[in-house]
Write a protein that binds this ligand. Sequence first.
Ligand code: PRP
Ligand code: MN
Ligand code: MG
Length: 176
Amino acid sequence: MKHTTEVMISAQDIDQQIDQLAAQINQHYQHSERLLMVGLLKGSVVFMADLCRRIQGHVEIDFMSVSSYGNAMTSSKDVKILKDVQSDIEGRDVLIVEDLIDSGNTLNKVRKMLELRGPKSLAICTLLDKPERREVEVPVEFVGFTIPDEFIVGYGIDYAEQYRNLPYIAKVVPLD
Ligand code: PRP
Ligand code: MN
Ligand code: MG
């Protein structure tokens, strides 16, 4: 598809919003002993890098890779673990870090999977939320920006693997 990109959220606005998120997270976990931040590959890596550097106290980071695919039998989405976390999360405060919630299928499944392992607490932080696209409800404790249903890229988010390196969030605009 021929297209161009237009800045939607500037690098400066992202930076300021991450300061706000970090302040909320630092306050929420001020008595936590060993916070574990778990990012979902690949989209979360840029956000994780910026967010984790603003979190105080004992912090560990880990990553998971999951793929979601349609299930013809139930017309729902299944999520397969391609790479699990290396950490034992039992009894830990776990914060899932994600770039974007769209249908909610990915985080709904990941949240349930991790919950079964008995963390002390489990919460989600997403930079972007597109509530209009939600197919399944998932509780989200920390949200950076609530955005309309636009085709976006940048700051970790790809279009056919391109544009993850953009320092800002951009809208993809089709050209004819
Ligand atoms: C994107 C995005 C979220 C997920 C959101 O990841 O980074 O992880 O989709 O969609 P959902 O709420 O409808 O499940 P993607 O599967 O494209 O993998 P990527 O992070 O490697 O780009
Ligand atoms: Mn992703
Ligand atoms: Mg993707």
